[in-house]
Structures are given as structure tokens and as C-alpha cells.
Design a protein around this ligand. Structure first.
Ligand SMILES: *Cc1c(COP(=O)(O)O)cnc(C)c1O
Length: 426
């Protein structure tokens, strides 16, 4: 028993919570024990500012091998020619790209937060919207699909320096080639932020952005099933149009500019224990079982989507190509906020989410977002999806009857006992 019983008993309780509930937050997953062991390792003790072979501290020879292993495995996973595994999170990865490609006040173009975009794509609440002039595109009201015409018109009118594609709550694949075409026309770079679907892209289940988009960022903890963190990669390096010169007077390549933007641009010492865990996770992705996992994720998401549709739930875009779906609850007379709260009581965890053209505030919302990466890792299959939808429907249609909610909670706990989580842990 560790000495700090106060803290470690909290961690025990969190383990029980994760084991007993149904985890439907689209951005969450369960890492392997090996990923957690690497994160909780001696690598946390080491300062290693700089990059492999070019550190500001001594004693980095083994850390260099760890970070190089993470980089080489990541390059292999995505067929990239260059990668940086130091960003502490997805948001940090995007910050580094902005720092490398833009000057303060430059125009950028991203998917509107209220249409499924991410805070770091220009939201006024975020540095990306405070330091740059942000313009947005959305989705079509009728179909819920990306409004590429609006993206193109806005790009031609505002001449952004950077066009950002990628989303946090969009259930369809992207036409990266089309975005690149308008970017070339207006002289913009394209950033694909694949934080959510990265694992599905890695195994070829979704379109590959790396040929069409100049720069790709991601988190490592969502469908990539690694530790909490971020990454940046390129398939084709190119001269950074900002044209910053290196000390020898050469124009810096984009890869060099990105390395400098991460460190010393905006981070200090890298989290080498997390980088070690990234190496473990990328190694797992290169193993046979991971492609099967991502195929099961999509099969589960589609089974769940059709179960919702058959119960008269309104899915934005009518379904899903990836690991998540966005549900408009307005025909069910319950808000996103209330749905999240009452499902939490039944130990079904998900998040309220604005739907496109929502008339409610972001604190209330008309919708919920549901993802299946975490329950797929636990081993749930298509038939389980139908059971989960039945339970969600039961709770949402009896939201004011605590005894119904309590009965579903019992059912959830019995169900999840069949899918052991971290049996190696006490
Ligand atoms: C989750 C997410 C991020 C941010 O990741 P953090 O690790 O939470 O900073 C960035 N972009 C998109 C599209 C995301 O979904």
C-alpha cells in the first residue's frame, strides 16, 4: 500500500468508476497497461530540453534513444517523413504550428466551434482567436456536411494564411484534396488537425490527409489510444514561407521551423515519460490487432447510429463514417445538459454538445456527442451497441423518474462486469 493513502485511494475510486461505467466520451480511450507503465517510469526524472543529439543537458543518451524510437515508429505509422513528438497536448501542437507559420494578426480559416470545430481553430475564447484574425466555415443546415462552398468563398475573400480542417464533433470524412486546391489558389497552408480520427486514419479506415495537407497535428490519447499528449508531422517537407533564415542564411524548412516553434518557441523540457509512453502506443499501432480494433470502432459506431435512428433520434448528417455521432435531442424534449446529467446518474458518461445552428447556449445545448473508441477497447461489439442505445433511450424518456434511472444503473454495472478493465490492477 503506498504511503499517501489520501491520493491513492482517490485513484482506486477512479479505477472503480472507469470499470463500472459505460464510457461514451468520444475523445476518451483506455490505454494499455504498458503505456501507463512507461508514463509512470523513471523517464519523468530527466530534463532533456532540445532534441535527440542536440540537448542542453548531459545524461540524455538513453532519453535520446527513447525519443528517437517514438519518432521513428510514428513516421512508420503514418508514412511521414518528419515528426515532432514533444507537444504536451493537441492544443500545444496547434500552437506550435501557428507560431511556425503565422505572424500575429494574420488571417486564419477554420471550422466554427459551434459547428463541430475546436477551440484552437480560432475561437475568440482561445489564443488562436485572440492573436490571429479568425474566419470560419460551417456545415450545411440540411445535410450536416462540411460546407466546402462556404470554405472556398471565405478563403477567396479573406485570403487566410492558414486553412485548418479537422473537428471535434463531426461524424463524416473530409475531402482534403478539395481544401488543398483552394489553399493553393489563395496561397494558404493547410493544417489537418486529426486529433479525433487519427487512429482510423493510421490504419487506412479514413482518408489520408498527409499528401494533401502541408502539416498534420494530432493528440495521442483519443483514437490513437496512447498517453495524453500531442504530435506534429509532415509527409513532404518544404521551405517555410515565413522565410526565417537560419544562422547560415538559408531559408528554414518547415520541419526546422516547427521544431523551433515547439522548443524553444513555446515549451520547455519535454515530458520524456509521456514520450516513452507514446513510443509504446505507436508500437501497438504497428501490431496486427490495431487495424482490427479501428474496424470494430467503425462497425460499433455504425451499429449504434442505426439503433438511434430506428428509435427516432436525429443524428447530424444522418449517421457516421468514423468513431462518433452527434445527436440533436430537440424532438425528444430534453436538453444536452439534462441528458448528460441524468445519464451520468446511470453511469453512462458522455458530453452535451452544441449541434449546428443550435438555439441554446453552449452550457445547455440541444445535443449530445457519443463516441465508441473506449467501449470498443473494452471489447464491446455491435449487439452491445443496441443494448446501450436501449438503455440511453430508457433514461432519456424517463429522465424525471429516479427509480428508472437507478434500474438502468444496475444494468450498466452488471453489463460492464463482463468486460474486465485492467484486471492486473487490484
Ligand atoms: C481534442 C482536440 C484537440 C486538443 O487536444 P488537447 O490534448 O485537449 O489539447 C485539438 N484539436 C481537436 C480537433 C481536438 O478534438
Amino acid at each position: 500500500m503506498p504511503k499517501d493513502t489520501t491520493l491513492f485511494s482517490l485513484l482506486d475510486r477512479e479505477l472503480v468508476r472507469q470499470r463500472t461505467g459505460i464510457e461514451l466520451i468520444a475523445s476518451e480511450n483506455f490505454t494499455s497497461l504498458a503505456v501507463m507503465q512507461a508514463m509512470g517510469s523513471v523517464a519523468t526524472n530527466k530534463y532533456a530540453e532540445g532534441y535527440p543529439g542536440k540537448r542542453y543537458y548531459g545524461g540524455c543518451e538513453i532519453i535520446d534513444e527513447i525519443e528517437t524510437l517514438a519518432i521513428e515508429r510514428l513516421k512508420k505509422v503514418f508514412g511521414a517523413s518528419w515528426a515532432n513528438v514533444q507537444p504536451h497536448s493537441g492544443a500545444q501542437a496547434n500552437t506550435a504550428v501557428f507560431l511556425a507559420c503565422l505572424k500575429p494578426g494574420d488571417p486564419i480559416l477554420g471550422l466554427d466551434l459551434s459547428m463541430g470545430g475546436h477551440l484552437t481553430h480560432g475561437s475568440p475564447a482561445n489564443y488562436s482567436g485572440k492573436h490571429y484574425r479568425a474566419f470560419f466555415y460551417g456545415v450545411h443546415k440540411e445535410t450536416g456536411l462540411i460546407n466546402y462552398e462556404q470554405l472556398e468563398e471565405t478563403a477567396r475573400r479573406e485570403k487566410p494564411k492558414l486553412i485548418i480542417c479537422g473537428a471535434s464533433a463531426y461524424s463524416r470524412d473530409w475531402d482534403y484534396k478539395r481544401i488543398r486546391a483552394v489553399a493553393d489558389e489563395v496561397g494558404a497552408l493547410v493544417l489537418a488537425d486529426i486529433a479525433h480520427p487519427a487512429g482510423l486514419i493510421a490504419t487506412g479506415v479514413l482518408n489520408d490527409p498527409l499528401d494533401h495537407c502541408h502539416i498534420v497535428t494530432s493528440t495521442t490519447h483519443k483514437t490513437l489510444r496512447g498517453p495524453r499528449g500531442g504530435l506534429i508531422m509532415l509527409r513532404h517537407d518544404f521551405d517555410n514561407p515565413l522565410g526565417a533564415k537560419d544562422p547560415k542564411g538559408n531559408i528554414r524548412s518547415m520541419s526546422a521551423a516547427l521544431d523551433l516553434a515547439v522548443f524553444p518557441g513555446m515549451q520547455g523540457g519535454p515530458l520524456e515519460h509521456v514520450i516513452a509512453a507514446k513510443a509504446v502506443a505507436f508500437g501497438e499501432i504497428l501490431e496486427d490487432g490495431f487495424k482490427q480494433y479501428t474496424q470494430q470502432v467503425v462497425a460499433n459506431a455504425q451499429a449504434m447510429a442505426s439503433a438511434f435512428v430506428s428509435r427516432d433520434y436525429h443524428l447530424i448528417s444522418g449517421g457516421t463514417d468514423n468513431h462518433l455521432m452527434l445527436i440533436d435531442l430537440r424532438n425528444k424534449n430534453i436538453t444536452g445538459k439534462k441528458a448528460q446529467e441524468v445519464l451520468d446518474q446511470a453511469h453512462i458518461t458522455l458530453n452535451k454538445n452544441a449541434v449546428p445552428f443550435d438555439d441554446k447556449s453552449p452550457f445547455v445545448t440541444s445535443g449530445i456527442r457519443i463516441g465508441v473508441p473506449a467501449i470498443t477497447t473494452r471489447g464491446l461489439r455491435e449487439t452491445d451497441m443496441e443494448n446501450i442505445v436501449a438503455m440511453i433511450d430508457e433514461v432519456l424518456t424517463h429522465a424525471d423518474q429516479p427509480e428508472v434511472v437507478a434500474a438502468v444503473r444496475e444494468h450498466v454495472q452488471t453489463m460492464m462486469q463482463q468486460f474486465p478493465l485492467y484486471p492486473e490492477l487490484s
